[in-house]
Design a protein around this ligand. Structure first.
Ligand SMILES: *Cc1c(COP(=O)(O)O)cnc(C)c1O
Length: 422
């Protein structure tokens, strides 16, 4: 991509951006802040403020427990159906509940039990650690003959389909990867990896946390068995918003949610003492939905659907290409490396850069230069592009400030220890 590095060029790109109006849908109270962390916590949609006001005062305040019959009870399915439109699933295959980690646990244990004649699980070391811990916990829970095989990404950034293929045989019960790697931004080829897993008779479970809202996903086209994902990153659902899970319809009756609770119980309000699970996707529910944070997700997803996932992806590609070109031009000469795939077809919507002083640069950006990226151990600065609200001018200014932090050695006043949350 040939670009110019002057600000006029960025402003011109913003002028021709067909999604530019969506930036005004979000709270941007500090116009000087360069926010490049939408892949960890998305910005607040203005419509969510109105929705929260209505749900707290109007529904909780006035309607009290009647709220359950006036839209709360069906919110996990209703919002799940909207998420389904973003991931190529049917409305009755997606439900919103619990956290990504808990949903991942439920589907992992359900899948391992459904393939109980097989002993192995395959994942990779690009995966989000929480997913790996849960896999370890599932092995611990289900018995010592089960084994977790963690594929090592040799370049630290990517894993090839051939490497996955070589790791899979007929003893594998479950293959699970994060679709877009949280550190490098590498994106797996979902259809071909799913095919490799299923050819060996394994179930395939994708974690879509770093993909949903940033790139189109077509679970049905890839014949995916199971998926989970997060709503507070590119979906802008708010801190700790409930996650979603997907179970392909023909598998729903074969899989058993390992956490039996009354929201998955047939005749829930009969209060019988014998657990019998409901059919369909609802059997993966356990307890009462977190109504307030669930409510905040809906207007955020409506915005995504309005913007259109294909247009969001097209803008995201343009923006990450622009960012990579700026990095090449302005940051590589001063010691910064690109820690994401160069080919946009193989990456999501965040770009990682490396520098031996990344941790201290990150501090200087946050504390002195009003830039919020995020830091991933040991030497990665992650720059998240949220195409629904990130502007080209913001990317341009962000790179200039990173350059300043390095060139003027602004990071040197900070110690090398890590703060509690990075
Ligand atoms: C963000 C993220 C999660 C988050 O899990 P929580 O249960 O919400 O803490 C899980 N998996 C991946 C791949 C993620 O990127």
């Amino acid at each position: 991509m040939t670009i110019r590095t002057d600000v006029e060029y960025a402003i011109d790109l913003d002028k021709h951006d067909e999604l530019a109006r969506f930036r005004d849908e979000f709270v941007i109270d500090d116009p000087d802040l360069i926010y490049l962390d939408g892949n960890s916590l998305g910005r607040l949609p203005k419509r969510s403020i109105d929705r929260m006001q209505a749900v707290v005062e109007g529904e909780w305040g006035s309607r009290l427990i009647r709220g359950w019959n006036e839209g709360w009870f069906t919110a996990p399915q209703r919002i799940g159906a909207k998420i389904a439109q973003l991931i190529g699933a049917e409305a009755d295959e997606v439900i919103v509940c619990d956290s990504t980690s808990v949903n991942f646990f439920k589907l992992v244990v359900a899948a391992l039990r459904a393939r109980s004649d097989r002993t192995k699980i395959v994942t990779d070391d690009l995966n989000f650690p929480s997913d790996v811990y849960i896999l370890q916990g599932a092995v611990d829970l289900l018995g010592s003959d089960r084994k977790l095989n963690v594929i090592h990404a040799v370049d630290g950034l990517t894993v090839s389909p051939e490497t996955v293929d070589a790791a899979i045989d007929h003893t594998i019960a479950l293959v699970t990867f994060t679709h877009t790697a949280f550190k490098s931004g590498f994106v797996y080829d979902m259809p071909s990896i799913t095919k490799i897993a299923q050819r060996a008779g394994a179930l395939m479970l994708w974690d879509l946390s770093h993909s949903i809202g940033a790139l189109p996903i077509d679970l049905h086209a890839a014949n995916v068995d199971l998926a989970v994902g997060c709503t507070y990153k590119y979906l802008n659902g708010g801190p700790g918003a409930p996650a979603f899970l997907f179970v392909r319809r023909d598998l729903q009756e074969q899989l058993i949610n390992p956490i039996w609770g009354w929201f998955g119980q047939k005749g829930q309000f009969d209060f019988g003492l014998e657990y019998r699970s409901v059919p369909g996707i609802n059997r993966f529910l356990t307890g009462t939905p977190n109504m307030l944070s669930l409510a905040a997700i809906e207007p955020a997803i409506d915005l995504m659907l309005e913007a259109g996932i294909d247009r969001l992806r097209a803008k995201s590609i343009k923006q990450t290409e622009y960012l990579v070109a700026l990095i090449d031009e302005l940051l590589r000469p001063i010691g910064v490396s690109l820690n994401s795939p160069r080919d946009y077809n193989r990456r999501g919507s965040h770009i990682s850069i490396g520098h031996p002083e990344a941790l201290r640069i990150d501090r200087a950006l946050i504390e002195d230069l009003n830039v919020i990226p995020d830091f991933r151990f040991p030497d990665n600065i992650r720059l998240g592009i949220a195409p629904i609200y990130t502007s080209f001018a913001e990317i341009h200014e962000g790179v200039l400030r990173i350059r300043r932090a390095i060139e003027e050695r602004m990071f040197e006043k900070y110690p090398g220890e890590r703060p509690e949350v990075t």
